[in-house]
Write a protein that binds this ligand. Structure first.
Ligand code: SF4
Length: 234
């Protein structure tokens, strides 16, 4: 089974199950081939908690772009301390980063959309493709209310670009529900969330948002109408 047929099949199998049961179903059916990519934001920390607290054999990885906030590394550390599990780091290819920095300097992404997409491609998309290689199911922390782009999100999707099934267990959760879960289970979280940051990516490309602003307004805020995605979830 492939693509839409597989998605329909999995959707019917997952129906009526809890998140933990769904994760177990997927790891039972795709042993060693279920991966979760975390950027240590609120939603990802909820999923990490589900996985580690319930001993679910999902490969947990992070894409370290080399431009993350210090606060993100701190929650990375506290997550390792809390659960005592491995989180595998994927780095961008050194040669491409060296070439980009040597030719364009360290802030090329502010100069044009092409440069920004080039940087996201080198620092995020290439490592992601390496991480997803050979995997069957990719778990993400996407929620439908995070942005207009994500409003059509489903729980299970087929990602054609990466040829993988995507499982978005929090797709229907509100931000409030995410926050309540974090509090209730005392899950480590990025302190930047307490300073108005909602979607946290690289330090030079993320700012806090003001009340009433769109969830993704703090990402690449100098760009207009680019969809505010970096190539990971398009
Ligand atoms: Fe580069 Fe900014 Fe994209 Fe990070 S978010 S990879 S620094 S352009």
């Amino acid at each position: 089974m492939k693509g839409e047929e597989l998605v329909n099949h999995l959707s019917s199998k997952l129906q009526g199950k809890t998140i933990v049961e769904k994760l177990k179903f997927l790891t039972d059916n795709y042993p060693g081939k279920v991966i979760f990519t975390t950027s240590f934001g609120y939603e990802d920390q909820v999923i990490t908690d589900f996985i580690f607290r319930n001993d679910i054999p999902v490969k947990v990885v992070t894409l370290d772009t080399g431009r993350l906030f210090e606060e993100t590394y701190k929650v990375y550390r506290s997550t390792l301390d809390r659960y005592g599990r491995q989180i595998t780091a994927y780095f961008p290819p050194a040669k491409e980063v060296e070439k980009m920095l040597s030719e364009k300097g360290p802030f090329s992404f502010y100069e044009s959309i092409e440069n920004r997409k080039e940087c996201c491609y080198i620092r995020k998309v290439i490592p992601l493709k390496r991480a997803l290689n050979g995997m069957s199911v990719w778990i993400t922390g996407l929620r439908a209310t995070q942005s207009e782009n994500r409003s059509n999100l489903s729980e299970i999707e087929h990602d054609e670009g990466n040829n993988i099934v995507k499982f978005n267990p929090l797709f229907k959760w509100s931000l409030l529900k995410v926050k309540e879960y974090i509090k209730e289970h005392n899950v480590p979280y990025n302190v930047l969330h307490d300073r108005g940051f909602v979607s946290i990516g690289c330090e030079p490309c993320t700012r806090a948002i003001r009340e009433g602003e769109d969830f993704r307004a703090g990402r690449w805020w100098w760009e207009q109408n680019t969809g505010k995605e970096c190539g990971l979830h398009e």
